[in-house]
Write a protein that binds this ligand. Structure first.
Ligand code: GDP
Ligand code: MG
Length: 174
């Protein structure tokens, strides 16, 4: 039997870490290069797991986070993609702050979080080691992937699918 549920995903992180690039890559398989950063974008699509169809809403956040919309985003979402750039140590600090905020506002068992280290193709200017990402994810009990939106669709897709699967499983448990 097919059920139609809904998962609300918020993609957040520091400026220019690739939030839009990973979102568009996941949804369209394409990498464009430059993305509008002036506003939040809401995308809708459907995924099917184990013969159940789920409507997914993905909010690609922008400057709004800096303008005090973060709490609103946290309340709205039930699955969070916290993106940082592996060549931007500051963005890794931002990611930690965001994971803290998710943990403070959401009840365990009611949300799923994915820590996503993007731009792994820029290994020559790497500032955040893969170990640091892994350690942070263990600390917050979230999933962790390093990806390159620029180079590969598969890794980005795997990361999103893994998040959505977990979010779906949590919904079924409730
Ligand atoms: P946002 O502000 O977090 O939404 O970041 P964008 O998605 O707009 O990306 C910011 C810049 O980083 C753009 O110039 C992208 O082309 C670039 N970018 C995004 N992802 C990658 C990646 O995986 N590798 C590289 N080399 N550049 C990337
Ligand atoms: Mg953007």
């Amino acid at each position: 039997m097919t059920n139609l549920n809904r998962i609300r995903v918020v993609v957040m992180g520091g400026a220019r870490v690739g939030k839009s690039a990973v979102t568009v890559r996941y949804l369209t398989k394409r990498y464009i290069g430059e993305y509008s950063s002036s506003t939040d974008f809401l995308y809708r699509h459907c995924v099917t797991f184990d013969s159940a169809t789920t409507e997914v809403e993905i909010l690609d956040t922008s400057k709004c986070a800096a303008m005090g919309c973060l709490d609103e985003h946290l309340r709205w979402g039930e699955a969070f993609v916290v993106v940082y750039s592996v060549c931007d140590a500051l963005s890794f600090h931002d990611a930690r702050d965001l994971l803290d905020k998710v943990a403070a506002l959401k009840l365990p068992g009611y949300c799923t979080t994915l820590l996503l280290g993007n731009k792994r193709d820029l290994d020559h200017s790497r500032q955040v080691g893969v170990d640091a990402g892994q350690e942070l994810s263990l600390q917050f009990g979230c999933q962790f992937y390093e990806v390159s939106a620029a180079e590969h669709w598969a890794g980005v897709s795997l990361a999103f699918q893994s998040l959505l699967r977990e979010a779906r499983s949590l919904q079924l448990l409730r």
